[in-house]
Structures are given as structure tokens and as C-alpha cells.
Write a protein that binds this ligand. Sequence first.
Ligand code: G6P
Length: 611
Amino acid sequence: MCGIVGAIAERQISAILIEGLKRLEYRGYDSAGVAVFTDNQQLQRCRRIGKVAELEQALTAAPLVGRLGIAHTRWATHGAPTEANAHPHFSANDLAVVHNGIIENHEELRARLQGLGYVFSSQTDTETIVHLLHHLQKTHADLGDALKAAVQQLHGAYGLAVISAKQPDRILAARSGSPLVIGLGIGENFLASDPLALRQVTDRFIYLEEGDIAEIRRDSLQIWDQAGQPVQRETVHYKESAEAAEKGAYRHFMLKEIHEQPKVVQRTLEDRLAADHVLIQAFGPQAAELFSQVRNVQIVACGTSYHAGMVARYWLESLTGIPCQVEVASEFRYRKVAVQPGSLFVSISQSGETADTLAALRNAKDSGYLASLAICNVGTSSLVRESDLTLLTRAGPEIGVASTKAFTTQLVGLLLLTLALGRARGTLDAAVEAQAVQALRGLPNLLEQALGMDRQIEKVAELFAEKHHTLFLGRGEQYPVAMEGALKLKEISYIHAEAYPAGELKHGPLALVDSDMPVVTVAPNNELLEKLKSNLQEVRARGGQLIVFADEEARMENGEGTLVVNMPHAHELLAPILYTLPLQLLSYHVAVLKGTDVDQPRNLAKSVTVE
Ligand code: G6P
């Protein structure tokens, strides 16, 4: 969940490293550091607690001038966010390492290395790697050989980069469980944990595979696979424009990403719809055959992606009659699961690198599932590579830690999956599918209309700025939407927010309701509307302030203590996607009013690649 950048060039590389770190800062940001082999032939480093801007300032004051370097932005796991724990870690002032992931046997390695006389200056697991490498160099003169020997002793997950003052013509890299990509230049080469970090210097990338070791020189590259054999890996041309990672005219990435939703939803639908049905091949060449055998669906995901899965359960069971279970990956991975014959394992993830989701997929492989499908935003991610089938959500890079466009595009992907499965199984009425396809075509326009309500929602946000607790209510497939609304609010405004199915109100949360606790409700015009209205009466009777996002055709009226925000009328299937937008905007404006760090909320990370 940290970020790595490396560069070897003829030009000075400090600025490239810093720019790369800034672009990766969304992954982890409690400290940052850079190590450079300077033009006066020394390995030097600079590390700072806090954001990359702190490091940049320090480097402006005391530049590190050199043509070879590695850098890191950290989200603390082993050891607090201190300067001593920040990467790069050194051994004997001539070897530097940056690392993402976790070395599980670090305690044992540390004890062994201390026995050999190594003195540790941090509490990190990473420092064991650099001392181990240093020790192994005594018997393996070549840095690459030492690294190959070192990784044999590392248990856990790593993406790492090493430079040495003794062999300053190369960067060594190793990948196992944590992504790394090499950026190809002309007479210069780069390394990063995400291509986004290098988009300002190249658009040609080579993704390292699990177990790969790479030696990157200024004008050459060598990769060895898990078995130690030299391999060629394909070069990928990155098509996304570099600007995708920039804020443009928006004050925050989150706001930019909320406003991108009509466009990216449109993109997610592209070439996946025929006139009146979903193209099953969009899920992969074997999808048609596999989908026809599906009798059950198991969805696994974390965080916001889990909420998308919960919405999908309502769609799948009601439209296709296929039973569906949804579970958070951190629970699923440690449970002995009873797998029904013909079960499709579906993982949902923005990043495709979330440790628990990946582990759940890996466990599922030996558990008798029919096949695995990844609904994911990153085509090159581990989740996608390791799944049998994939549907990419095409949301583009999402930088704000609080997920927005990734969620709505996941919902679109899951609706496509529902329609495709129903068709393949023959359980979905063709007319229902045709109507759903038509409705989906109108979705970008509907989302545009919802975004037009921004100013109105900005005013509603004022009701929340001084509050400490809120309740979100929904029924049916709007219950997970309420959960997602509550998650957004707590993530970025730090206001305690809980979501409940509206029918559960009387079973506990009603005791909390008073005039200090706003209650947010999503109320599309479906068969549960009348029931929801009576739940709302229960809140009003206790003096609670109600904020209701309601279908304009539901004829709900403003009154004392009840603020109704009218939503454009939408096909019932699209309501969970549509109603997500005002809740995102509400959280955003509350956070802005409270002055919190919208894009990088405290204690959170964009991509949780450790357990
Ligand atoms: C973190 C992020 C969330 C995200 C979750 C799952 O907690 O902050 O926004 O929903 O991880 O991530 P994934 O990449 O698997 O969707």
C-alpha cells in the first residue's frame, strides 16, 4: 500500500522521483524518502515524515544531484510513521532498498542478522531485506545474484527495488505479491509500483510477473522468472492520457472523479451492448459456455467494492433467480466454505491488488468453484491476471481515497453480469433484458442530471457540518446504497455514520434519534416506498431531521424537519447507481465545510495490499 519509484538516466533524476511519488501519494502518505547515488559517488538519502511535499521542500533546500535513485511513499505497517522507519533503508551506507508489502519472517531474519553483527536503525520488516542482501553480497559478488539468493529467504509479499554504491549502473527489482512495472525510455529506464507514477516520462511499460527479478540499466534490461530463467516480457503501450492523474479545474480529485461518472459509465458500456441484449463475450471468450452452467454466485470484495456486491445480490436473485451470497474478503478467506456445484466466484475490486480479495480468490481456486470472474478497474492487476474471466470497469485512475467512479462503474459491470447470466441460463425474460439495456443507454444522461443538483446538495451539507452522528436508511437494493453513503461520509468528514435497512429502525437505532442526528434516506419510487414513508414518520415523531432523496414521481413533500431533494425519475434497476451520486456529493461538501483532507483522509489508504 506504499508507492515505489526508481530511475536510472543520463539526466538528473530527483525531480522525476518526486513527481512520481506525488502521483503515488494516494496509496500511502505518512512519510516519504529518496536515495540517490550522487554525482560525487555517494549513496545519500533524504526522508521526511508527512506528505511528499515535505520531502520536496527538504530536497529544494539541500538537493541530491545524481542519475540513479529510488524513492518511496509509505503507509506504515511495521513501525510507526517516523523518519527512521521511512524508506529507503540502508545497509553499510552502500546499499539502499525500498519495499512494498510485508515480510512475514522478518523477526527471525532480524534475529539472525543481528547475530551476524548487523545493527538495525528502524522497526521495519524492510530493513531485514537490505541487511540480508548486504550479507549475501559476501558470497554473491553480483547484486543480481545476491538478490536472487535473498528472495529465497523472504516469506510474504514484496515489490522491491535496490541500488548499490558499489554497482551504480543498475536498479534491481523483485516482485512477489506486490505489483511493479518498468517504464522504458530512450537511454533511460524507470521503475514504479504503478505506471501512473511514470506517465510524465514514458508510455511504454513492462509489467513484472509474480516471482520476476529485473536488472534495469540505463539502456538495457534483463528479467528472470521465478525459476531463474531469463524471460522476455511484453511491452505495453499505455493509452490513458497523463492528465487522468491531474486535478484540472477541480478543487479535489474526489470532485473531479464524481463529475467523471457520466463519461466513465458510458465507457464501461461501450462495445458491451447489442441492440437488445448484453454481449456475453464481453466477459471473455469462455464466458458463454461457463455462464450457462452457473447455478450459484459467490461475491467477495472489500470496502466500497463490497457494497457494489451487495447491490448485485438483489439484481441477481430478482432478475435471474440465481442464488447469490456476498461476503467481505477478510472473512471469506479464513472460513471453510461449503461450495455448491456450479458456483461462480466473483471478486470485485477497484485496484485488483487488495490483499484480502486476492487471497480469497487464491483460496477459491482449490475449493471447487466453476470459474472465477474479476470485476476490476485495473487490467494489469493481479486479480485480473489470476481470474478465469474479467470485466474491466474502465473508470480510469481513481486518485481520491474515497471511491466514487470506481463504485458506479462496478455497479454497471454487475448489472451487465446479471443480464448476461440470466440470458446464458435462460432465466431472464428477453423483454426485461431489452428494457434494461435501453435504460442503461440512458444512464450517462441521468447521471449528468444528478450532477446538476450539486448546488442544491451543497446547501443541504450545511445541516451536517456541526453534527457528530448520522443515520442512513434504505430498503431493498437501496440499503447497500445507504451503506455506501454512510461509508463516504465517515471516510472523509469523520462524522460517525451508520446505515440501517429502514425496517430495522425500530429494533434499536430509533433510540438514538433526536434533533442532533440527521437521518438521510434514499427513496426511489418502488414498491417499498409506502413502507419507507412510514419508517420516516417514526423518525419525525422523535424530532429527527430527515433528508430524503426521493423520486420526483414519489410526491414526497417538504415539511417541518423534512427536507426532500427530488431526483430525476429512473428505471428501477438504475436507481442504486443514480442515488449514489447525491450521497457522494453530500459527503464531499460536508468534508469541505469541515475542512478535512478530502482526497487523503486520515489513517486510510487507497489500496490495501497488506492484510
Ligand atoms: C480501501 C479503499 C476503499 C476500497 C477498498 C477496497 O479501503 O480506501 O476505497 O473500497 O480498499 O479496494 P479495492 O481496490 O479492492 O476495490
